[in-house]
Write a protein that binds this ligand. Sequence first.
Ligand SMILES: [Zn+2]
Length: 356
Amino acid sequence: MLTVELYAIISSEKTVLEFLQKNKLLPQNNETNLCHKCHGETKMYMRKKRLATGEIREISTIRCITKGCQTYKSIRSTNGFFTYTDLNARCNSNLSLGQILELINYWSQDLPIKTVSDLTGRSNATIVDWFNLCRDVCCLLFEKREKMGGQNIVVQIDESLLRGRRKYNRGRLLLGDLRHEQVQDNSADFHSDSDQENQINLANSPTSNRNYGRRLEEPWIFGLCSKIGDNLERRFFVVEKRDRETLIPIIKKEILPGSIIMSDEWRAYSCYKNIGYDHRTVNHSKNFVDPTTGAHTQAIECSWGVLKTKILRKMHGTSAEMLPRHLIEAWYRSINRQDTIFFKFLSDVQKVYCQT
Ligand SMILES: [Zn+2]
């Protein structure tokens, strides 16, 4: 949605209410909302409330019409997304529905917290809270994800360190672009997969960034990607090791049998043929696209740079435990188009919070 359109909507509580009702996030005026106390009939009206700041805010309210009861509650309490309680079990309802919608819109545009704070005047803490809540929705949807791929559909896989250099420390370079010793280093690297001695040498060498299954401080991220429609679905998982024992369960869980898995020749990737996949590899020391199988892993490899920059920026000053949630957010963005994600997100909120 265009920002001007959004501001037209959030200019009054009435238009926000209409917008949210139209998107089925709040009940219609004529819908029966029985009183939560006496189960009598209710009516909707605008209640004026003076905030601590002196500002008078209109709040859409559902009020019981039974004499002697007249209990009322805010209409937003019918949707858990708008009335979430924070970790201290306090209901965070400082924001009006319009202000919440504004934050959702900026979240959907993937703007940094600082920018959103400058645009809206909301505090960092408030924005972080609501962005976390948006991420919750992504996580709930991710739990319900289906397997990717399918008969003859390509799924590319690759793994990368969150921090640190690319696995092969280069992009689509010709060997001639590298210094002589780099070429030697790299080719030793590529062919070392089954060679114990080489592994140890490389692991000890100061220029090596490979860990061959040892645990590192920085996590490895295992990535899978596959085209769905116009989007390239990308899933990322934090893995402590990148050995077969770790990767095979993920592959089995995420990829439909019969899919074509494309990977580089990393040894943990061997033998996926045995577990029901057509597995094609590309040897990066020779080609980026295998001339016989057509295998390449460009799509997933290109994803790493953007992913890392964004995630490290977003996670600045937050705990590493948040990493999986940020990876899930990246997945959600990969399956949605930037220009429609706002409405898609609202319909997902509706799915998650309004359908029981
Ligand atoms: Zn009542």
